[in-house]
Ligand binder design. Sequence first.
Ligand SMILES: NC(=O)c1ccc[n+]([C@@H]2O[C@H](COP(=O)([O-])OP(=O)(O)OC[C@H]3O[C@@H](n4cnc5c(N)ncnc54)[C@H](O)[C@@H]3O)[C@@H](O)[C@H]2O)c1
Length: 316
Amino acid sequence: MTRILITGALGQIGTEISALLIEKYGKKNVIISDMREPSKNGISENCRKLDVTDGAVLEKVVNEEGITDIFHLAAILSATGERNPELAYMVNSVGTFNILKVSVKTGINKVIIPSSIAVYGPSSPKKDTPVISVTRPDSIYGITKVDNELLSSYFRKKFGLDVRGIRFPGLLSYKTLPTAGTTDYAVDMIMKASLGEDYTCYLSPDRTLPMMYMPDALEALMKLYNADKSRLRYSTEYNISAFAFSPKQLENELKRIFPGFKVSYVPDYRDEIASGWPESLDCSDAVKDWDFKPRFSLHEMVDDMSRNFRLLNTKH
Ligand SMILES: NC(=O)c1ccc[n+]([C@@H]2O[C@H](COP(=O)([O-])OP(=O)(O)OC[C@H]3O[C@@H](n4cnc5c(N)ncnc54)[C@H](O)[C@@H]3O)[C@@H](O)[C@H]2O)c1
């Protein structure tokens, strides 16, 4: 029987993937955990407060709950990481090492660990960046993500642990708002436009970045989770994205629906972080190995998100 532990389950991806996994495997078999107290709000019958930097408690939870698979989503993202590098190192690097170590020790079947386009840096190619490329980031978040990728490959090779993951681009969702990343501006901009407000953007107008809509990201994660192991050439390094756009392009997309929308640009330290990231990714390995295929175009994503933000606003 499959028993899944989700770490960082209260975050942007965790909240949404929890619902999908519960739908598929049942409330009893999905254990929601986070550093913050997960409330028993009907999402899952099993909620645990779990700090991934504490390897002993992690091992205890895995044993007590009879866990077979782990979705490790606990992390400190780029903007928060840059403000607190030690915390980013502890949660992302030490926390992930604990997950890998405990997984081997307890015989876990499959571990999912998302990576990020933040593994790339100023010396990486900017356009159609391939999986195997220069990965020398200069943000602490990126450094810990490279460390996670290398550790995952190491555990895969040395201990035969089945570790899988995706280098996510910026993810857009109207359901759980992001709070700590560099690409969060895109969600904020769509929300402000939908609510009839102006927006001040912290990235430069021409800072192009790869992105995708959350439903496509969740589908990709489930596809990789269920993929045939023998087809997978990589561990957590798969590149995926659906489209790429700059803040100015997103502004123009939104003006199509909201002609009076106004954006001003005041770039801050997050523009510096994003300046080292690729503008677009080569996703052909994900297509070849596990049939990655996003559904939403930029146009469709903007239409769907703005419609949902407006609906949410009229309900409140
Ligand atoms: N959201 C994106 O756009 C994006 C893009 C690229 C990669 N990713 C990756 O996807 C994964 C999930 O990201 P997210 O957007 O859901 O992040 P998030 O910041 O929304 O959520 C992370 C969760 O981890 C929890 N957490 C923090 N420290 C913890 C600890 N010590 N122990 C247990 N839980 C802890 C937080 O409380 C939070 O609920 C991360 O690995 C991230 O690097 C996300």
